[in-house]
Design a protein around this ligand. Sequence first.
Ligand SMILES: C[S@@+](CC[C@H](N)C(=O)[O-])C[C@H]1O[C@@H](n2cnc3c(N)ncnc32)[C@H](O)[C@@H]1O
Length: 460
Amino acid sequence: MELKRGHVNPRSLALKTLLIWEKKKPPLDELLSEILTKEALRDERDRALVNNLVLGVVRHLGYLDFIINRYSQISLNRIDAEVRNALRLGIFQLLFTRIPDRVALAETLKILLQRGRAKWVRGFVNALLHRVSSAKSSLPEPPKAYPTLYLSVKYSFPQWLILKWQKRWSVEELEALLKAANEIPPLVVRTNITKISRDALLKYLQEERLSVKPCPYSPVGIIIEGFRGRVTDLRGFKEGFFSVQDSASQLVSLLLQPRPGERVLDACAGLGGKTTHIAEIAGNKVLLYAVELYPRRLELLKENFNRLNLTLPSIFTGDVLEVLSGFKKEYFDRILLDAPCTGTGIIRRHPDIKWTRTEKDLEKLPQKQLALLEGVAPYVKKGGVILYATCSLEQEENEDVVARFLEANPSFKLLKIKPLLCQLSGDRAEDLVENQYYFRTYPHKVGLDGFFSVVLERLA
Ligand SMILES: C[S@@+](CC[C@H](N)C(=O)[O-])C[C@H]1O[C@@H](n2cnc3c(N)ncnc32)[C@H](O)[C@@H]1O
């Protein structure tokens, strides 16, 4: 189908997005959302195509570059950014999608023509894509003799992370994790129980011919299978019947157990994914405080509260430790510290994490996490709790931070979370607990995002 004047070519937009991302490395979800809001695409299918192409290329970046290097006479770092990313887009379509090869080829050449690239450049791209297309059944493999390199190329992960994970998991388990982290996760939503029950929402969504099922782990979670399109267009979204949120993340706020009338602080609120949930759990009768560094995120938090018809919390922009200096000590009944982290547990939703995180982050972030935990601790009441959470799989950001905190703060102790998880997830709680005290999920074990949480009770 020909594009009408004024409609942007989705592949051209995918290329533009990849060029910006490669140069500046902004968070990819934010970049995509900004670009998809601004640009006039023809329809929902084109929007989905841009999304899938960009996320797909970033997800499989290492492998795509390996293939380019194998089939090109010019080495990858000598190919200019525009052609390099056009090649990645073309090869991604050839190897990872059901788009017919001739379409992938013709469309890649078309965007290069639109961008005024010379005939010889298009000839080079055309020849390379043809070679890959005809070698599909016998593509070269990375060298198995070098296991770190092999896994790094095959699953498109940086070598430093593979090396780190090799020390922790067996070959089989590591491959299962890498595979799961490369899969496109399902859409999961959280029922706004102040408006509708999960059963009623399931029926409501089924009436839209959506394939839905209750999440076996979260009592308010619904999995929507095979959904393509914009979540904001889903029936019930504008009415505030649900929020998009992975079940692991839902369970974190449920573990906090906020109750009506309590003072609860969300110390790193972000867009309010967990803040809104806290309000829902406490029947919208909680005295809620939300702190976040970035004002833009708090704007979105407010939108979420309004859409869900929940009372706005007291909102503070800035560093939570500075904000808290204006509060009395022991002010809160409960504090949620969903700390900034590497995010290695949510790579399947944010594949750019693979390429933007470095080993250095694993030195810097634990210091920041510990400083935040130490800093919020005096503001929780005796008998109150702090829930420390990350979406990282790394011990440095999880057990190690908690152990260092407990060593320096003997007035806190870890709570056993298994009984509560049994109430929330029934027999399946077993899958979610480690050492009685750690809530822990992995994409390859339970199909949830990778989260870690502990509940710290203040005794004195
Ligand atoms: C893991 S995210 C929070 C996600 C959020 N709780 C949710 O469920 O959607 C961590 C957030 O903490 C914010 N942040 C980082 N350092 C902070 C600080 N010192 N004070 C307040 N917020 C901070 C970051 O901007 C980021 O939005």
